[in-house]
Design a protein around this ligand. Structure first.
Ligand code: MGD
Ligand code: MGD
Ligand code: MO
Length: 778
C-alpha cells in the first residue's frame, strides 16, 4: 500500500462489499524511505487528528522519533485505512520551526522567555482583571483539536474557577449547528447514527458535505458499497460538482443559501406521496402537523425557482428518499455555514423522524462533526455549554454540576446562554473583555472578516494569550505565546463524530520546552489557586488519566456516559462508542433504538430556540409543547440571505476545503508532499463565467467583496453559473511576498451568524471578479 501514490489517488484500491456485510479490512501504511518495518522500535496506538473520522492508527517510533504510521485493521472506524493527511500529516510535528519556548511581548516585539515568567504574566493579568472588572473581563477561545481531558480541565477553570460565561470553541465555526440541530430535534446533542449505517443503507444522502475530500476514509466505505453487489443510491446536494457529486446517482446543485427551500420541497413531495410512518409519528414525535402545513408552500415548481434546481430533479430525489428502506443522511458545512443553518439541518432530522428512519441498521442521521475532537469540546462544555450535556436553563442541572465540583451553584454562570465566539470577539472589540486566551485555533485566518479580527486582536487594551505549536498569524498578535506539545507527544482520549472513543498515547517527547495543553491548564489552575467550597483545589487532578476519571464522574448518568471506560479498557480496544456504562458495557452503536429521546423537560439539554430569531424557548413553553419528551419536528420557512448578489457584486462566493490541506495549513503546509499538492490559493468558476471576464485556466483574478480582496489563479470547473469557490486554507505565514492581505478567503466573508446556532455564515458572500493585468500581478 505504501507504494500507491495517495496524492494522485486519495482513496486507494476498492474492497467491494454488499449490504449487511462487514466492511473488509485494508491496511494502509507509510514509512519513511530509509525505514523498514523491522526497524521500528515501537508502534503506539492513536487515531487520526486531521478530521472527524477518528481512523484508528499506530505511530511508528524509531530512536525516539516518529518515522511512519499504519492503520489498525480491527478498528471499527477505518478497518485499517488511512487518508492522505493521515499518511503524511504527522511529519509536521518535527518541523524545525515548532514553538519550543514561551514568548512574551516586550517593547512591541515577542521575545523568548521561561515558563515561570510567561505564566506569571498570564496569572498577574488574570488577577488584576478579576479584581478590577470581575470575571466577565476574561474569555477563553479554544478548539476542536485538543483532548477530552484538556477541554474538561479548561471548562472547570472557566465555568467555576474564573466564573465567566465567555468560553467557546472554534467548534462555533464548525459544528455548532450539528449540536444545535440535535438539541432541537432530539432534546440533546449526540449522534443518533453510526458509521456502520453505511454498511446497511440503501440510500445515502449527503447534504452540503464533500465527504470524498473531507472524510476520505468514510468515503472509501461508501465507494466500496458502490463497487459491491446491490449498491446504495447516493444523493449529493452541493452547488459544485464535487467527487461526491460525480459518484452520486443524483446531484442537486442548489443556488447557495437556499437549503431550507430545497429541504421543504423534498419534504413536501415525501409527504404528498404518503411516504411517512404514521405509527412512528404518533408514538414518538410532536410538531408534525405544523410541518405538514408549512411545506405546502413549497411545491417543486416554487422550489425550482428559488433554488435553481429543476422541479423534475426535486421530485426524483424526493421519490428516492421516500422509497428508501434504510436511509442514511449526512449533513455538513454546506448547510451549517449558511444563513438558516439550524433550520436547514433540522429539516434533515425531520425527514428521518417522519419516515421513522432512526435507530435501525442503515437508518441514521449524521449531523457531522469536522474536527477530530469537536465532540469532546461540546461534551465537556468547552463550547460554553455545561459539561455532560446539562441544561444551563435548568437549575437542577446546574445544582448537579455544582455538587460534582463542590462549589456553590451561583459560582457557575447560568444567567443566560453561553457567550458565542462571535460575541466574545465583539466584547473584545467594545472593550468589556480585556483578556482572551486562545488555544489550538488560528482566528486571524479562520474567522470571518479578517481585517476586523486583526484589529481586535492587535488592540493595546486586550491581553491576548495564544497557545499553539507553531508561529501563526494569531501568535503574531499575542502578548504571551505558550508552546504546546501535540498529538503523538502527549496522552489523552478523543471522540469522533459517531461517538467512538479512542485513546491516543504519547509516542515521542515534545520539542524543547513545549508542554502538553493539559499541563499548561493545570499549571494555570494551581497558580491561580482556585479552590472548591471547602478550600480544596478545584482542579484536583494531575495527569491525563486522573483527568479522565474526573470527567467520567461528571458524565455519570448523562447521555454521554463514559463510566464503563478506562485507559486500560481503551488500550487496544479499537474504538468504543458512548454511552459505555454498567448497562452498556460494550458501548452503544445507535441511539434512540426504542424511539425514546433525551427530550423530557427535566432531562433535555436545551428547550430549543426559535429557528428564525434564535430566541430561547421558555421552560414552561417547552413543557407544554413536549411534556413527555418526544422528538420535536420543527418547521421553518425559507428566507433569503442578508447578502445576496446584486449589480455591483453579482456572484455567490462560497468556500471550503481541498483533500490535501487542513484548515489554515499550519500542519499540512509544513509537509512537503501535501504542500506541493496544492501550494497556493485558487478560485473555481464555470467556463461561461470565466469567458465573460476573458479569464483562462491559470490566469490571475481578483475576487472582491465589500470587506476585502483576494488574488487567485483561475481553475475552470463544473460549478453552478454565478458561483465562485475559494479554498479557505491559505493565510500569510508562508505567502509569497506581496500577497498580504489578499490571500485568505476570510478577507471577503461577512460578520454574521445563524440565529439559532450562532455559526458564522462563511458560505454566504456576494462578490465580483476582475482579471488582473501586468504589474497588478504579484
Ligand atoms: N481535507 C480536509 N478534510 C477536512 C478538513 C480540512 O480542512 N481538510 N476539515 C475538517 C473540518 S473541521 C470540517 S468542518 C469538515 C468540513 O467538511 P465539508 O463540509 O465536507 O467541507 P466544505 O468544503 O467546507 O463544505 C462542503 C461543501 O459545501 C458546499 N456548499 C457551499 N455552499 C453550499 C450551499 O449553500 N448549499 C449546499 N448544499 N452546499 C454548499 C461546497 O461546495 C462544499 O463542497 O472537514 C473536515 N475534514
Ligand atoms: N472561509 C471559511 N472559513 C472557515 C471555514 C470555511 O469553511 N470557510 N471553516 C471553519 C471551520 S469548520 C473550522 S473547524 C475552522 C478551523 O480554523 P482553525 O481552528 O483556526 O484552524 P487550524 O488551522 O486547524 O488551527 C488550529 C491551530 O491549533 C494549532 N494546534 C494544532 N495542534 C495543537 C495542539 O495539540 N495544541 C495546541 N495548543 N495547538 C495546536 C495549529 O498549529 C493551528 O494554529 O475554520 C473555520 N473557518
Ligand atoms: Mo470544522
Amino acid at each position: 500500500m505504501a507504494d500507491i501514490d495517495r496524492i494522485a489517488d486519495p482513496w486507494g484500491t476498492r474492497t467491494p462489499y454488499g449490504p449487511g456485510d462487514e466492511w473488509p479490512a485494508r491496511v494502509d501504511s507509510f514509512l519513511e524511505k530509509d525505514v523498514a518495518p523491522g526497524d521500528v522500535d515501537r508502534w503506539v496506538p492513536t487515531a487520526s487528528i486531521l478530521h472527524s473520522n477518528g481512523d484508528g492508527m499506530d505511530l511508528a517510533v524509531k530512536d525516539g522519533r516518529l518515522v511512519g504510521v499504519r492503520g489498525r485493521p480491527g478498528d471499527r472506524v477505518n478497518r485499517g485505512r488511512l487518508g492522505p493527511k493521515d499518511l503524511y500529516g504527522w511529519q509536521a510535528g518535527r518541523s524545525p520551526d515548532r514553538l519550543t519556548r514561551p514568548l512574551v511581548r516586550r517593547h512591541g516585539a515577542l521575545v523568548e522567555t521561561d515558563w515561570d515568567t510567561a505564566m506569571d504574566a498570564v496569572v498577574q493579568r488574570s488577577r488584576a482583571l478579576l479584581d478590577e472588572r470581575g470575571p466577565s473581563a476574561l474569555g477563553f477561545y479554544t478548539t476542536g483539536q485538543l483532548f477530552c481531558e484538556e477541554y474538561y480541565t479548561l471548562s472547570v477553570i472557566a465555568h467555576a474557577g474564573i466564573g465567566t460565561n465567555h468560553l467557546d470553541g472554534n467548534t462555533r465555526l464548525c459544528t455548532a449547528t450539528a449540536a444545535a440541530a440535535l438539541k432541537e430535534s432530539f432534546g440533546c446533542d449526540g449522534q443518533p447514527g453510526s458509521y456502520t449505517d453505511i454498511d446497511h443503507a440503501d440510500v445515502i444522502a449527503l447534504f452540503g458535505h464533500n465527504m470524498a475530500e473531507t472524510q476520505t476514509v468514510l468515503w472509501m466505505r461508501v465507494l466500496d458499497r458502490l463497487a459491491g453487489p446491490d449498491p446504495p443510491r447516493v444523493i449529493c446536494v452541493d452547488p459544485r460538482t464535487t467527487p461526491v457529486a460525480r459518484a452520486a446517482g443524483l446531484h442537486l446543485a442548489p443556488r447557495p443559501g437556499t437549503n431550507v427551500a430545497l429541504m421543504n420541497g423534498l419534504l413536501h413531495e415525501v409527504i404528498a406521496a404518503g411516504h411517512i410512518d404514521r405509527a412512528y409519528i404518533d408514538a414518538h414525535v410532536v410538531g408534525y402537523e405544523e410541518l405538514e402545513k408549512r411545506v405546502q408552500e413549497y411545491p417543486p415548481g416554487r422550489v425550482a425557482e428559488i433554488c435553481g434546481v429543476p422541479a423534475g430533479l426535486v421530485r426524483e430525489a424526493a421519490r428516492t428518499l421516500g422509497n428508501a428502506e434504510r436511509l442514511l443522511s449526512t449533513v455538513l458545512q454546506g448547510f451549517y455555514q449558511s444563513h438558516q443553518a439550524t433550520a436547514a439541518a433540522v429539516q434533515v432530522n425531520n425527514l428521518h423522524l417522519i419516515r421513522g428512519m432512526l435507530g435501525r441498521p442503515g437508518c441514521g442521521v449524521l449531523q457531522m462533526n469536522g474536527q477530530p475532537t469537536a465532540q469532546n469540546t461540546r461534551e465537556c462544555g468547552a463550547d460554553g455549554d455545561l459539561p455532560g450535556f446539562r441544561n444551563w436553563a435548568n437549575d437542577e442541572h446546574v445544582a448537579d454540576l455544582a455538587r460534582i465540583w463542590n462549589v456553590e451553584p451561583k459560582r457557575i454562570p447560568h444567567y443566560g446562554p453561553p457567550t458565542h465566539a462571535m460575541q466574545i470577539f465583539r466584547f473584545a472589540e467594545q472593550g468589556s473583555l480585556r483578556f482572551l486566551w486562545i488555544s489550538g485555533t488560528n482566528p486571524a485566518v479562520s474567522l470571518p472578516e479578517l481585517s476586523r479580527v486583526r484589529e481586535i486582536l492587535a488592540q493595546e487594551r486586550l491581553f491576548v494569550v495564544v497557545q499553539d505549536i507553531f508561529p501563526t498569524e494569531t501568535t503574531e498578535l499575542a502578548d504571551v505565546v505558550l508552546p504546546a506539545a501535540t498529538w503523538g507527544e502527549k496522552t489523552g482520549t478523543f471522540t469522533n463524530a459517531d461517538r467512538t472513543v479512542h485513546l491516543s498515547e504519547k509516542a515521542v517527547e515534545p520539542p524543547g520546552e513545549a508542554r502538553p495543553d493539559l499541563d499548561i491548564f493545570l499549571d494555570y489552575a494551581s497558580r491561580m489557586g482556585f479552590t472548591d467550597k471547602d478550600g480544596a483545589p478545584l482542579v484536583g487532578w494531575t495527569d491525563p488519566e486522573s483527568a479522565f476519571r474526573a470527567w467520567q464522574e461528571c458524565s455519570r448518568g448523562r447521555p454521554c456516559d463514559y463510566t464503563g471506560l478506562s485507559y486500560d479498557r481503551l488500550r487496544g480496544a479499537d474504538g468504543v462508542q458512548w454511552p459505555c456504562d454498567a448497562e452498556h458495557p460494550d458501548g452503544t452503536e445507535r441511539l434512540y433504538t426504542d424511539g425514546r429521546f433525551w427530550a423530557a423537560p427535566d432531562r433535555c439539554e436545551s428547550y430549543g430556540r426559535d429557528l428564525l430569531t434564535g430566541t430561547p424557548v421558555e421552560p414552561v413553553e417547552y413543557r407544554s409543547l413536549n411534556p413527555s419528551g418526544k422528538a420535536v419536528v420543527k418547521a421553518a420557512g425559507y428566507v433569503p440571505p442578508h447578502e445576496e448578489p446584486d449589480g455591483e457584486h453579482p456572484y455567490h462566493l462560497i468556500n471550503g476545503r481541498t483533500v490535501y490541506h487542513f484548515h489554515t495549513r499550519t500542519k499540512t503546509g509544513r509537509v512537503p508532499r501535501l504542500r506541493d499538492a496544492a501550494p497556493d490559493v485558487w478560485v473555481e468558476m464555470c467556463a461561461a463565467d470565466a469567458a465573460s471576464h476573458d479569464l483562462r485556466e491559470g490566469d490571475l483574478a481578483e475576487i472582491s467583496s465589500p470587506r476585502g480582496v483576494v488574488h487567485a489563479k483561475v481553475r475552470i470547473v463544473e460549478v453552478r453559473e454565478g458561483v465562485l469557490f475559494l479554498p479557505f486554507h491559505y493565510g500569510y505565514w508562508d505567502a509569497p511576498a506581496g500577497a498580504e492581505p489578499t490571500r485568505a478567503a476570510n478577507e471577503l466573508t461577512v460578520t454574521d451568524w445563524d440565529p439559532a446556532s450562532k455559526q458564522p455564515l462563511f458560505k454566504v458572500t456576494a462578490a465580483r471578479v476582475r482579471r488582473l493585468e501586468g504589474e497588478e500581478r504579484r
